[in-house]
Design a binder for this molecule. Structure first.
Ligand SMILES: C[S@@+](CC[C@H](N)C(=O)[O-])C[C@H]1O[C@@H](n2cnc3c(N)ncnc32)[C@H](O)[C@@H]1O
Length: 274
């Protein structure tokens, strides 16, 4: 699906809307809620994956901004939720520019409504598998200066691609397109090996008919071998640079507590082009 003409068929569940439902959003329809309810009711722990993923993304955007990057391309951005990438980025760098890219037409509609008053942020409808079309889009050319480092975000999207669609090649396209100092963030489902979690993997494959959960080595290989992997490397989203616990509250930090089986299913990693 390319361009901005595709209509929304609400009888077919969409990745963006199911995910929105799991995060507690309201931009979803019955078909999406039916899939979401399967996770909520039959695999309740699995909902934690969506939250762990989203929170890690927030921390990653803050980290990229702290590294001095003030322009972001968020590919497979999803529906607007709390603490969207542009809000996090602009909190740290008020002039930050953000392009959201998603192939679901509903993301474009809701994103435009959210961003009406923000001329540093835009949302375009385009397909991850057509990177040239993304880079050539008028809004991308207007906002992104490809002579300066860019933060390229692939959060919870590459596991929706089959191997035959060559996700590594797509990541490498962006690595080659942006200058040294650019950073790349990936969060990705990890292959699970127990009965409980494999039901989640099966349900997602069955519902959307595509994609693959990958091993840690396969996820890292998506970057190629010439990027600098930034600390702490590839790890569970819940453990990726966790926010420090408030000093006056007695809490068990995520570093000390055991992760649930579900939290083991999503990992993330940040890398820099040297
Ligand atoms: C699970 S959501 C992740 C949303 C957000 N990146 C996050 O991590 O919170 C995956 C998103 O990728 C989008 N998507 C799936 N396949 C895509 C493709 N081929 N091109 C662009 N977007 C795609 C879906 O529409 C959905 O919004």
């Amino acid at each position: 699906m390319t361009g901005e003409t595709a209509a929304v068929d609400v009888s077919i569940p969409s990745i963006a809307r199911v995910y929105d439902y799991l995060l507690g959003g309201h931009d979803n329809y019955e078909a999406d809620r039916r899939v979401g309810d399967f996770f909520i009711n039959d695999l309740p722990g699995s909902v934690a994956i969506a939250h762990a993923n989203r929170q890690a993304l927030t921390r990653a955007v803050a980290a990229i901004a702290a590294d001095g990057i003030d322009q972001f391309i968020d590919i497979g951005s999803g529906l607007p939720t709390v603490d969207n990438v542009h809000q996090v980025a602009q909190r740290h760098r008020p002039g930050a520019k953000v392009v959201y890219v998603d192939n679901d037409p509903i993301v474009l509609a809701h994103g435009r409504a959210l961003l009406q008053t923000d001329d540093r942020t835009t949302v375009i409808q385009a397909d991850l598998r057509e990177p040239e079309a993304i880079a050539q889009h008028a809004d991308v050319r207007r906002l992104i200066d490809f002579d300066k480092p860019v933060g390229v975000i692939f959060s919870a999207i590459l596991h929706h691609l089959n191997d035959s669609e060559d996700p590594r090649e797509l990541v490498r396209w962006w690595v080659d397109r942006v200058p040294a100092g650019s950073e790349f963030y990936i969060s990705h489902f990890r292959t699970g090996h127990n009965e409980e979690t494999s039901a989640a993997e099966e349900k997602l494959q069955e519902t959307f008919g595509r994609g693959r959960w990958r091993s840690d080595a396969e996820i890292l290989a998506l970057f190629g071998d010439d990027l600098e992997i930034l600390p702490p490397g590839l790890t569970y989203c819940s453990r990726w640079r966790p926010a420090p616990a408030a000093p006056d509250v007695e809490t068990i930090g995520v570093a000390e507590r055991e992760l649930t089986v579900w939290e083991h299913l999503i990992a993330c990693v940040l890398a820099r082009k040297p």
